[in-house]
Design a protein around this ligand. Structure first.
Ligand SMILES: C[S@@+](CC[C@H](N)C(=O)[O-])C[C@H]1O[C@@H](n2cnc3c(N)ncnc32)[C@H](O)[C@@H]1O
Length: 253
């Protein structure tokens, strides 16, 4: 099933805002987390590698990193960060395409899975992840814990100061029936105002576990963040590590 994601629209909107919104300060924690679970020289595929925030530093540690992204502008930004070409870049749709097999780890960081607008499409992405992995390969998924969003009714606006010169204003509308958030994100930084629409279909931890199980994955670790904080009722993120324990699903092309 094709994604309703339009890479041209997303990439054009997001490329300016992405690295401002998602700070690189947490990247050492992400890389350290992944390194603890990878053998030297392991093969990693990142679905939605974006501007290479994680893929490039991971590749600098000697792993074979493949970055999949459908947005050409994001991949241009990635290549600019990676002059040595350490990351193998694939302009592809991870709901549909299999860019290689036998990977040790598949990464879905930064709520990328939740960009898929339906549960069905999210399951499809998990199936694609399984098709990329070796037996016992790992799938790491970072997602926000949706409880506070699920309670929202009507239109809601929230603002947060990201740093001394960055203010983020989110206008949010929730549809709790389809578990869909419609965001209009506005970033004010250095006298510039950048706006960016985003749609996110949220997913509960237990729901994700069932979806992953249906694709052959078993949950092996759950954390509240990359620093391995406990996942509890105060967590606003949940980090899941799954192992592919069931048979790899056949290609459905
Ligand atoms: C939220 S960004 C995350 C980027 C990166 N993983 C990070 O942590 O900085 C999600 C990325 O997924 C890409 N993406 C979304 N849907 C996609 C699809 N169906 N196929 C390929 N890339 C997709 C977007 O272009 C975007 O670059």
């Amino acid at each position: 099933m094709p994604s309703t994601f339009d890479p041209a629209v997303y990439g054009d909107h997001a490329v300016d805002i992405h690295d401002l919104l998602y700070p690189t300060v947490e990247v050492p924690d992400i890389v350290a987390f992944l390194r603890k679970r990878l053998a030297d020289g392991a093969r990693v595929v990142e679905f939605g590698a974006g501007t290479g925030r994680v893929a490039v530093p991971l590749a600098e540690h000697g792993y074979e990193v493949h970055g999949v992204d459908a947005a050409p502008t994001m991949l241009t930004a990635l290549r600019a960060k990676d002059p040595a070409g350490l990351v193998q870049v694939h302009q592809a749709d991870f709901t549909r395409d299999v860019v290689g097999t036998g990977f040790d780890l598949c990464l879905l960081a930064n709520n990328t899975l939740l960009m898929m607008p339906t549960q069905d499409l999210q399951c499809t992405v998990l199936r694609r992840a399984a098709q990329h992995l070796c037996t016992d390969g790992l799938l790491v998924v970072e997602a926000y814990e949706p409880s506070s969003y699920h309670r929202l009714t009507g239109k809601h606006t929230q603002s947060s100061v990201l740093s001394s010169n960055k203010l983020l204003i989110d206008s949010i509308q929730n549809d709790p029936v389809t578990q869909t958030l419609h965001f209009l994100r506005t970033l004010v930084t250095d006298g510039r105002v950048l706006t960016f629409p985003e749609v996110s279909r949220y997913c509960w931890p237990a729901e994700l576990d069932m979806m992953a199980k249906a694709e052959g994955f078993t949950l092996v670790e759950r954390w509240g963040g990359w620093q391995e904080s406990a996942f509890d009722r105060t967590s606003d993120t949940y980090l899941s590590v799954y192992r592919l324990t069931g048979p790899r699903p056949p290609s459905d092309h």
